[in-house]
Ligand binder design. Structure first.
Ligand SMILES: O=P(O)(O)OC[C@H]1O[C@H](O)[C@H](O)[C@@H](O)[C@@H]1O
Length: 315
């Protein structure tokens, strides 16, 4: 497994108070001297909490299972190597919906602090947590369903300027494989009726609610007024913004990725999900999920792929 630490795009190291990291009950907690914090469950390497300025930024269902019995309903589940129900007659056909990454237990590789980059604010601390999963540590069931040689490193970096989550996919075998990946972020909002999503204008999307019909996003702002499940493809702008009441709430910037899914189950779908609570919780969340899900990414033996997001919270 590659344990090399890559400089992150957020934060710089400083000589003042240092971030603290603890590992307990299958979770890694990290906090900055400012009080901002992140919690990552080893099950799925799922980010289950990200707080900044005292506010929780991620929505997690009250009935989410955090005991490894099923993927977490909320936070940031990692989708790999297939998005949605696997197609028939494909190398991923025997896998469950969204693959195995979100319901495998990952290894905590360790923490590092990093100097850098695009969004750093002078003197801020940042802490990077690395998680690994590879073909030798998969369940027998998943190995049988997708017998490829691979290693994944998922890096979660908490900085004052935001949260960065990056997935590295490494083909450690000799044969090529095809994969999809996506970071299924559930963002917490106060009232979905006041939410607009910007940055997806003039983009083609597949509407999974309308029989997977291809549509064109003509309005520069997306509003959620019913069940929404759209796959936006080859998005021109890097940043998708979530606004509430016209005020910026989140900026989600894709890194090495071109697609994003916008999902809200609304009333009926939420009722039908046993682990979705409260039932009117759909009013307080919206999923904006960055990924590579339009077609497949082919990785030859020995090749690597990296993709992820940088999320800025404005509260
Ligand atoms: O219920 P899950 O397997 O977690 O999937 C939840 C949702 O994930 C994505 O957003 C898909 O586009 C949806 O079609 C799916 O319903």
């Amino acid at each position: 497994m590659d344990r090399k630490n890559k400089p992150s795009a957020i934060g710089t190291s400083s000589t003042g108070p240092q971030p603290s990291v603890s590992v307990e009950d299958g979770k890694v907690h990290a906090s900055l001297p400012t009080g901002d914090s992140v919690v990552v469950l080893l099950y799925g390497a799922t980010v289950v909490s990200w707080k900044s300025n005292g506010n929780e930024n991620l929505w997690v269902s009250e009935e989410a299972k955090l005991d490894g019995s099923k993927p977490v309903r909320g936070g940031i589940p990692v989708v790999f190597p297939v998005f949605g129900p696997p197609p028939k007659d494909h190398a991923t056909s025997a896998l469950p919906q969204h693959g195995f990454a979100r319901n495998s237990t990952w290894e905590y590789i360790g923490k590092s602090s990093s100097e850098s980059g695009a969004l750093s604010k002078g003197g801020d601390d940042a802490v990077k947590l690395d998680f690994g999963l590879d073909s030798d540590h998969l369940s027998e069931e998943a190995k049988k369903a997708w017998p490829q040689k691979f290693s994944l490193v998922y890096s979660v970096t908490l900085g004052k300027a935001g949260l960065q989550t990056m997935l590295n996919v490494n083909n450690t075998g000799e044969e090529a494989f095809d994969f999809q990946m996506l970071l299924h972020s559930y963002f917490k909002v106060g009232d979905i009726s006041k939410v607009t999503i910007n940055g997806l204008g003039s983009t083609t999307y597949i509407d999974k609610v309308l029989d997977a019909k291809e549509q064109q996003q003509t309005d520069p702002s997306v509003r959620i007024t019913g069940e929404t499940d759209r796959v936006y493809k080859s998005i021109k702008l890097d940043t998708t913004s979530i606004l509430e009441d016209g005020q910026s709430r989140f900026d989600v910037t894709r890194d090495g990725l071109e697609d994003s899914v916008v999902w809200n189950p609304w009333i009926e779908k939420a009722k039908g999900m046993g682990d979705f609570a409260p039932k009117d919780g759909y009013k307080n969340m919206v999923c904006v999920e960055v990924g590579a899900v339009d077609g497949w990414q082919r990785l030859d033996g020995g090749e690597r792929f990296e993709g992820g997001q940088l999320v800025k919270s404005h509260l």
